[in-house]
Design a protein around this ligand. Structure first.
Ligand code: NAD
Ligand code: GLY
Length: 406
């Protein structure tokens, strides 16, 4: 779906970006190009940058109930100090808000505020808010401009860049959506200080994915500096977010609507999404990044079987994910006492002790990446490169899924 958009952000790239005290990555998409500002204290400065570039009358900040008390007022104040009319709407935190019912509630609020097409939305929060507010922006009155202000690591390194917006459907995750590029992204790494450790890990799963598929040196840097990453060394976090954004921007520039190359960003996601869907259907609590971590291990094993990845490189992937406190296996209840094998999903709230492989397989068939009944996997080719493979048989996939459960 192509969202119509207003042109009030026309001056967006005319300012010298060097003035920004941080890093600026540009997503080069012709008339839909936009800058990603990465730095510390970015949210306090959002007003002047935003106003200078956008010239809108009013802004609606959409956030969630966790992020609002932490950063809502900072953003509102910065906008109001720049003489912008700004309103804030908050929705319950978490994946459950990424659904049509919540989008409709937001449409109602936008009507109540008489929002016009020349107004704009700021998505302040994690990937849920980015996807939901982006989808509302894409669809309300056929498309408003919007800006991403990601506050989770996952949103900074992945979901705020590239214009995928949407909500979930009971038949599958992210099934209702639109491509709608933001007009700017403001990533303030200071906000990561309040992010729970588990959420930080989820962003690191996407970071590891970027290293695996596109940049072996970046992967090696993560291995060397994993402790500094966990301690959130500021400079390193700015560098980490910047590198992730460069990797994602390059892929999106080459293939904005995912007709080919962009599919590599789904590495680990076909199995990951299925795990997420099935786990949630059984009342379990699993986060996107955790499911992706398991998915990366699974595609790593498939790649070893196909002779694309060395066993020792698979072990490096598992070690790095583990060092970021991400799950690399699902431990059955009877194995709960096992120690020294890295985090397990058993440590997470949830009732599922074994993966129902048939259900997982069924969930994979629903994936958007399935073409003509064939599941398209992205397999690592060494560390730093990857390939599409669509001829994996059920008999190759099933043992790998079983191998996730120990
Ligand atoms: P999320 O938005 O639910 O955020 C995780 C939790 O952290 C929430 O409880 C949130 O309130 C809280 N939070 C966020 N920032 C915080 C901060 N600075 N301090 C304290 N708490 C904070 O989840 P997420 O992991 O950010 O994003 C996951 C979503 O992103 C999924 O729905 C996934 O499908 C989507 N996603 C989209 C894309 C895309 O390209 N559009 C890519 C990857 C993932
Ligand atoms: N996260 C996958 C993509 O943006 O294409």
């Amino acid at each position: 779906m192509n969202s119509e958009s207003t042109d009030s952000f026309g001056e967006i790239l005319s300012e010298p970006e060097a003035k920004f005290p941080g890093q600026v990555v540009t997503v080069d998409l012709g008339e839909r190009s936009y800058p990603i500002y990465v730095g510390t204290g970015v949210l306090e400065q959002i007003g002047p940058y935003y106003v200078r570039h956008c010239g809108v009358r009013r802004t609606i900040v959409i956030t969630d109930e966790n992020v609002e008390p932490l950063y809502g007022q900072i953003v509102l104040k910065s906008l109001q100090d720049s003489e912008l009319e700004a309103h804030l709407i908050s929705v319950p935190a978490g994946e459950k808000s990424k659904r049509m019912g919540v989008a409709e509630m937001l449409y109602d609020r936008l009507f109540d505020l008489s929002v016009e097409r020349s107004d704009a939305i700021i998505a302040l929060g994690g990937g849920v808010i980015g996807d939901l507010a982006g989808f509302v922006a894409a669809t309300f009155k056929r498309g408003l401009n919007y800006v991403q202000a990601p506050t989770s690591l996952l949103a900074m390194v992945d979901s705020s860049v590239g214009g995928k917006t949407g909500v979930n459907h009971r038949r599958g995750k992210n099934m209702i959506g639109a491509f709608h590029q933001p007009r700017m992204v403001f990533a303030d790494v200071n906000t990561l200080k309040s992010l729970p450790d588990r959420e930080l890990g989820c962003g690191l799963a996407e970071t590891v994915k970027h290293g695996i598929i596109r940049d072996g040196q970046f992967f090696a840097k993560l291995e060397r500096q994993n402790q500094m990453v966990l301690e959130q060394d500021r400079e390193l976090m700015v560098e980490l977010v910047e590198r992730n954004c460069q990797i994602k921007a390059a892929v999106v520039q080459a293939d904005e609507r995912e007709s080919g190359l962009r599919g590599i960003l789904n590495c680990g996601h076909t199995i990951g999404h299925a795990i997420e869907t099935v786990w949630a259907a059984h009342g379990g609590d699993i986060h996107h990044g955790e499911a992706v971590s398991l998915g990366l291990v699974a595609v790593g094993r498939l790649a070893v079987r196909r002779g694309l990845l060395r066993q020792d490189d698979l072990e490096r992937i598992c070690r790095l994910l583990s060092s970021f406190r991400l799950p690399i296996r699902i431990t059955a209840r009877s194995n709960k006492e096992r120690v020294g094998q890295g985090p397990t999903l058993q440590e997470l709230p949830g009732e599922l002790s074994e993966m129902p492989v048939a259900e997982l397989y069924e969930a994979m068939q629903q994936d958007k990446k399935v073409r003509g009944g064939k599941i398209k996997f992205v397999l690592p080719k060494g560390i730093g490169d990857c390939v599409f493979v669509d001829d994996l048989t059920e008999s190759e996939i099933q043992p790998v899924i079983h191998s996730l459960v120990t």
